[in-house]
Every structure is written in structure tokens, then in C-alpha cells.
Design a protein around this ligand. Structure first.
Ligand code: AMP
Length: 286
């Protein structure tokens, strides 16, 4: 394997400094590991845009709420390193929790409004955990660009906002959601699904398609589309809806009437898994 593993913050910072001094651009892909094609696609995009690709692999405890799946979160370090190596990643930053959060840690980065919608209410503190750890990862790896998935749409929006608000000199690249052949958005948490739940999970992507079909047929009333999406999901007795939202793709505020573009975002519980998916619906066709 060619991939280099760095475990300490100081070691990673020294390496980033050296890379920058030698004129090499750095592309960062932050992850929590258990790699699937979605993660690997982010790495390939980083590979195309930067001279050096750094992947961080850290299951960040501060973005998990009480009763969430921090301990159960799937891990496969050996497999991850092999996969990262195969797509040409140069360095994997693999810190321990103590390395990232030394005794006395008490600082938080909070993106205020964007995080109040969608997953905000059901996951209090989650986005603060995300923006804080990503801000730290930016300071440690000093990337010129960083790559995130559009599957976690609200996360990408919050990070883009943070970068703008705090004048971080980092280009943020969003990558379209990578799906299984039958439409299910790839996710490390799909590994929690039983075969029956896996089948039922198709209701997420199917309902996103249904919404676009309704818009193509002329529907513009958000409540009508939302009801149809909820009904489609409820056809699966195993699926429990957390939220179905039609909102502005920039502010994430609820929409009553659809005009140009609308974000349809879903969160659905299936057994032990909480799955999210989204689609930016195009409303321009007649
Ligand atoms: P995670 O390891 O789940 O924290 O995800 C790390 C990065 O991969 C985040 O930027 C995610 O948005 C992205 N990601 C996860 N699943 C997918 C997917 N199916 N398609 C594209 N990107 C994804």
C-alpha cells in the first residue's frame, strides 16, 4: 500500500505545511469511515482537483446525540485503507478522540439558522458537532479544497455557510449522491438494515421520483406533494417518517408554493437505521 497514515494533529499539520511550501494543492475528504462507492467518488473528485488527497477518518463522538449509534457505528479500518489506497489517496488522517478533543476542550462552531430546519430538531447538537470538527480538520490539514456529498445536503449547506462566514480560504465541492442500482442512496448505515428493511428502504428514492413526476405533471402546491410523498412512504409498514420537507434549497425554509427549484428532504427510520435522502426538484418545465 502506498497510502500514508498520520495519527497525530502535530504530524498532520507539519505535513500540510510541507505540502503547501512545496507548492502542492491539498484536497480534503472528511469521513467517518466504512467506505462505500459514495465515499470513493468523493476521493476521486478530490484526486481530479488537487495534487495531494488527504482523507480524514474519524468517527466524531460530538456529532452523535444521546441514544444514537456512536458505539454501533460500523467500522472497517483495514478495508477502508485498502479502498482509499486503490483510488489514489495520498494520506489518511486517523486521529483518536483524545487527540481531537484534549482535556479541557470547550470551543464550538455553530451555524445558526440553517441548522434549525430538517435534521436540526431531531438531532440537537449534531450540526455543531459537525461544523466544529470540520473547522478543526480544516486547521489541521489546511486544504485548498474540500469535498462533501450532497446526500448530506444540510451538512454541505452548513459547511459552505461556515466557510463563507468565517472567511476560510477553501473551495467546497459538492458531489451528487451515489446510489445503489435500485436507487437506494449509499450510506454506511445501510448495513443496519435487515433484508426486509432494505426492501422497504426503496420508498425513500421512489418518493423523490414521485414528487418530480407530480411537478412535471404541473403540481406546484407543496402540501399536496408532501402528502403524496408521505403516503408513498407509509405504504411500507416498517418505515417511520421523521420528516418530509419541501424547502428553499438555499435557506432551507419551508415552501408553500414551488417556483423554480425546491429541495425535497426526507428522514425515515427503518429498524435501527435512520436514513436520509433528498432531491432538488426542478420546477421550470411547464
Ligand atoms: P460519512 O462517512 O457518512 O460522514 O460521509 C462522509 C462524506 O461522504 C460526507 O461528505 C457525505 O455526504 C458523503 N457521502 C455519504 N454517502 C454518500 C453518497 N451515497 N453519495 C455521495 N456522497 C456520500
Amino acid at each position: 500500500m502506498n497510502v500514508n497514515i498520520v495519527q497525530s494533529v502535530a504530524g498532520m499539520q507539519a505535513l500540510s505545511e510541507q505540502l503547501r511550501l512545496s507548492g502542492r494543492s491539498i484536497g480534503l475528504v472528511p469521513t467517518m469511515g466504512f467506505f462505500h462507492e459514495g465515499h470513493l467518488e468523493l476521493m476521486r473528485v478530490a484526486r481530479r482537483h488537487a495534487d495531494t488527497v488527504v482523507v480524514s477518518l474519524f468517527v466524531n463522538p460530538t456529532q452523535f446525540g444521546e441514544g444514537e449509534d456512536l458505539e454501533a457505528y460500523p467500522r472497517d479500518m483495514e478495508g477502508d485503507l485498502t479502498k482509499a489506497d486503490a483510488v489514489g489517496v495520498d494520506h489518511v488522517f486517523l486521529p483518536s478522540a483524545d487527540e481531537m478533543y484534549p482535556k479541557g476542550f470547550q470551543t464550538r462552531v455553530c451555524v445558526d439558522r440553517l441548522t434549525r430546519f430538517l435534521c436540526g430538531p431531531s438531532r440537537p447538537g449534531h450540526f455543531d458537532g459537525v461544523t466544529t470538527v470540520v473547522a478543526k480538520l480544516f486547521h489541521i490539514t489546511r486544504p485548498h479544497l474540500a469535498v462533501f456529498g450532497q446526500k448530506d445536503y444540510q451538512q454541505l449547506a452548513a459547511i459552505s455557510r461556515m466557510v463563507q462566514d468565517l472567511s476560510m480560504d477553501i473551495q467546497i465541492i459538492g458531489v451528487p449522491t451515489v446510489r445503489e442500482p435500485d436507487g437506494l442512496a449509499m450510506s454506511s448505515r445501510n448495513s443496519y438494515l435487515t433484508p426486509k428493511e432494505r426492501e422497504a428502504a426503496l420508498c425513500l428514492s421512489a418518493s423523490l421520483g414521485l414528487a418530480q413526476d407530480m411537478i412535471d405533471a404541473g403540481e406546484r402546491n407543496a402540501a399536496v406533494i408532501r402528502d403524496a410523498v408521505e403516503q408513498r412512504i407509509r405504504r411500507e409498514p416498517l418505515a417511520r417518517i421523521d420528516y418530509v420537507n419541501l424547502c428553499d434549497p438555499v435557506t432551507l425554509e419551508d415552501l408553500d408554493t414551488l417556483e423554480s427549484e425546491a429541495l425535497l428532504a426526507l428522514a425515515v427510520n427503518l429498524g435501527k437505521a435512520r436514513l436520509i435522502d433528498n432531491r432538488v426538484l426542478e420546477c421550470n418545465s411547464p
